[in-house]
Design a protein around this ligand. Structure first.
Ligand SMILES: Cc1cc2nc3c(=O)[nH]c(=O)nc-3n(C[C@H](O)[C@H](O)[C@H](O)COP(=O)(O)OP(=O)(O)OC[C@H]3O[C@@H](n4cnc5c(N)ncnc54)[C@H](O)[C@@H]3O)c2cc1C
Length: 268
């Protein structure tokens, strides 16, 4: 696949919503990029029984997922097993999607990353793009020579902390959920405890971990999934996508969290 290709539509997330969007995009002959994490919809996989899906009573979540995957595969829609870490937009209006060390380009994006039930760190939302980042390989260079911390809930933070250790003067690693720290460089300082708050003026200047105050310019957070505004920091007030996010949010807040609703949403 040519990574410089500009797609018509990039879909982030390969759960029922993303797969449905991809099928609709394909039927409209749009060039489509579907990006998902390694397992397409862990939620659906874990559902013991889906009993409200029209025509398929009492189907297991895993079986319904198999059917969805077969449908997508029949239409030759490839799924790239990549986690999108940030999205930006250039002057020509083209979206740039960063997934680790790869970048993809698209004229439009559909964010289908599911509902997040994550608890945010106090101050996190205020400092997205002002010290809080979700992608070390994308933003790390902005913190060259500075002090940063990595808050890791997934294990990805190990590699990212090691990467940051090569360019930053100091890197703290905070283990978010009892992960194995194997592979972490000796130069990275492990700090135990919970991140209670992120603070600063215009930009982050410190974080509070337990009783300790760590003076940092940046905090990199690694979670299973992100909210749309975390993926596209800085864009929400400027462009139409904010309307899209608001719309999707409204839908989610109305508790429309069922597979049957997701697959019924218009794909594009
Ligand atoms: C135990 C259980 C039982 C359930 N039972 C039912 C039921 O009986 N009936 C029913 O209708 N629904 C049921 N559900 C809910 C159903 O599973 C969800 O409504 C459905 O999976 C939501 O689809 P989605 O595509 O919006 O999100 P998800 O299924 O969450 O898919 C989102 C996808 O996006 C990926 N992703 C997230 N962030 C990124 C990123 N940054 N980059 C790339 N990919 C990303 C995720 O890995 C995931 O694959 C159940 C859920 C659970 C957990």
């Amino acid at each position: 696949m040519d990574i410089m290709e500009i797609y018509d539509i990039a879909i982030v997330g390969c759960g029922p919503a993303g797969l449905s969007a991809a099928i609709n995009a394909a039927s409209r002959k749009k060039s489509t990029l579907l990006l998902g994490e390694e397992v397409c919809s862990p939620k659906l996989l874990k559902s013991p029984h889906i009993n409200n899906y029209l025509g398929l009573p009492e189907i297991k979540g895993s079986s319904l997922r198999d059917k969805f995957m077969q449908h997508v595969s029949l239409l030759n829609i490839p799924i790239l097993p990549k986690k999108v870490e940030s999205i930006s937009r250039n002057e020509d209006g083209i979206f740039l999607l960063n997934a680790r060390d790869e970048a993809y380009y698209s004229r439009t994006i559909i964010i289908a990353t599911g509902v997040t039930v994550t608890q945010f760190v106090k101050g996190e939302r205020d400092y997205v793009g002002k010290g809080v980042s979700y992608c070390a390989t994308c933003d790390g260079i902005l913190f060259a020579g500075q002090q940063v911390a990595v808050l890791d809930f997934t294990g990805e933070g190990i590699e990212e902390a090691n990467f940051l250790a090569e360019i930053c003067s100091k890197v703290y690693y905070i283990n978010g959920s009892g992960l194995d720290k194997q592979g972490l460089k000796d130069t990275v300082e492990v700090v135990d405890g919970k991140v209670n708050a992120i603070a600063g003026d215009e930009f982050v200047t410190e974080i509070k971990v337990g009783e300790r105050i760590l003076p940092v310019d940046g905090l990199f957070i690694f979670r299973e999934t992100y909210l749309p505004e975390q993926l596209i920091a800085g864009l929400e007030t400027k462009i139409i996508i904010s309307l899209l996010i608001a719309h999707v949010r409204q839908i989610l807040q109305e508790s429309m969290r069922q597979v049957i609703v997701r697959v019924s949403l218009p794909g594009c």
